[in-house]
Structures are given as C-alpha cells and as structure tokens.
Design a protein around this ligand. Sequence first.
Ligand code: SF4
Ligand code: SF4
Length: 358
Amino acid sequence: MTASNTRASTEPRETTEPVVHILWINAGLSCDGDSVALTAATQPSIEEIVLGGLPGLPKVAVHWPLIDFESGPMQGADPFIEWFYKAERGELDPFVLVVEGSIPNESIKTEGYWCGFGNNPETGQPMTTSEWLDRLAPKATAILCAGTCSAYGGIHAMAGNPTGAMGVADYLGWDWRSKAGLPIVNVPGCPVQPDNLSETILYLLYQVAGQAPMIPLDEALRPTWLFGATVHEGCDRAGYYEQGQFATEYGSPKCLVKIGCWGPVVKCNVPKRGWMNGIGGCPNVGGICIACTMPGFPDKFMPFMDEPPGARVSATASGAYGAVVRRLRTITLRTVDKEPKWRHKGRALLTGYRAPWS
Ligand code: SF4
Ligand code: SF4
C-alpha cells in the first residue's frame, strides 16, 4: 500500500509529499468521550501524530472536529464535511476511517433519523451515519472503531433500547475486510484508554505506509498486545486477592471483587498502563472494573456493584487458601525482617566473611 499525493486541510497547500488522511466520524450514538480521551494521550500524543513527530511516520492529515481548526462548518479554508465528500467521490486515497459512537438501525422507524452527519448534497437532507458508512467503507483503507459504542454498541445497545444500536462490525459484518484486506479494528473502552487509541492509530498509519505487518487482532477484533491479559492480571490489588483479603466498602486498599469488580474475567490493560501518562487505572485507584471493554458490556455485567457471579466461589477459595498463605508468610516475614545472626547487637566485631579453607 502506498500513500497518494492528495492535499490535506492540515498540510501546507503546495505539498507534494504523500498524505494519509484520517477521517473521523463522531456522529454515531455516543458522548464524544473517546475524542475527549484522545486529547490525554501521551504515548504517543495526538499532537505527535498530527505534526509528524515520530520517525518513519507518513504525512498525516487528521480531519477530526476537535483539532481541524483550518476547516469550518462554512468558514475556513474548506467546509469540514468537504473532506468526507472527497473521500466518497474517491478523491482521497488512502484514508483511515475512524468511527466513534454506535450505529443505530435506521430501518426500524417510519420517519426521521437517529443520527447523521452533514447533508446529502443531492437532496439537501441529512445524511445518516449508517449511510456514510455504506458510502465510505468500500473506499477506506482501514476502519478503526474508537471506544466500545462503535466497537460493540455499548450503552446505547442495551436491551430494550429504541434505536436498535449496534457496533460497526455488527453493521458491516464481522468478516468485513477493507479494500486493503484489513479487518475492522476495535479499540474498546468506555471511554477508550487514551494511549491504547493513539498507539493503534499509529500502528495503522505505519501499516498503511507499508512499514508494519498485519495488525494482530483477537476474535473481538481488539489488538492482541493491548487486550491479551485480564484486568486482574495487571491489578495493583491482585496481591490482596491472592491472600484472600477483600474490601467490603470503598476506601479500602484491598481487592474489590466482593463489591463488584469484574477484573478476573475482563480483557483490559488499564491497571497496567494507567489512565493518563501512567497514572490511575480503575481498580488501582479504587474503582471496580465494570468490564467496559467487553462485547457483552453493559448488559452481561449488570447490576454493577453487586458481587459478580463467579466471585463468591473464587473469593471463598482464595479466602481459605489465602488465610493459610498469609499465616505462613507471617512466619517467614518475622524471620526475614531481621538482620542475619552475625550482625548482632553485641559489642564483639563480627563479619559475615568465612574463609573458604575454614
Ligand atoms: S480489584 Fe478486581 S482486578 Fe484487582 S485484584 Fe481484585 S478482583 Fe482482581
Ligand atoms: S479496568 Fe474495567 S472498567 Fe476500567 S477501563 Fe478496563 S474494562 Fe473498563
């Protein structure tokens, strides 16, 4: 795959260097929390990506409402929406389509629309988000779903919702492949962990530039290096779990499983990575894991703050085993918490040295 010589709104006008465009639709059903989260990314930051501050990165033009200051609704050098029309006409190649928000089912009502983005130039009527997907997906080099809503539907797709909301893979099909052969890439989280998103954007840009192998994804289309381990495996409180010490109220440093933490069965790296610049990360700072990166979120994990179903069994087992381990460790701790015998408190001068011939 190679990048084309297309002019970009965030690039100098006369550039002849290849440009990879990022078209960001945040017009799905969402709170824009993933866009807000990305502003906190540090490894890399979105500024480093946009300004080309990383070695080997192709020139990038990001058409994202949060930072595309050059474009405006009608003012500015270009109307923001114009870049999406260009992509639809096949005039932007390559481009990565980022989708934020879940996709409602527009066919389950008789009038109106659930969500849209700009107007259809032919009719002057609002263009629904799903119609944008229909038009842009065949032309995109890659599709990246930012956050759980666009990945799996999220909160909008809870049972009983009136919109029929779903994730992009539910809409386009889980076997969907871009014209470059890439599957949909999901970076879930409610909201997404900032660096998980910026790092995946970076990976895709390198891949589009032909500098990275196929992005490794799990069955739920998440990058495996980010979502291969459970919250529990990276949690600061896992030592308490192993010793059978459980919090019964908030404010305790102990394991939170009895007050509703789903960490043992949730794939997420947030406790290891922290939230912002390495700091924070749900259970590390006292919040139960509510499983926001999982395809079954939220229905399968509700009601929140109740003890998860398997937790009683595992916590009981760990409570019994942990009590024995704690007792044995207390004995060992008493021994190792003292200086070795030769460093005694008497007046005689001794050392730990023993001549090999003695
Ligand atoms: S707080 Fe949650 S993730 Fe952390 S050790 Fe306890 S159960 Fe595991
Ligand atoms: S630790 Fe749990 S609640 Fe926190 S971001 Fe990860 S999956 Fe979501």
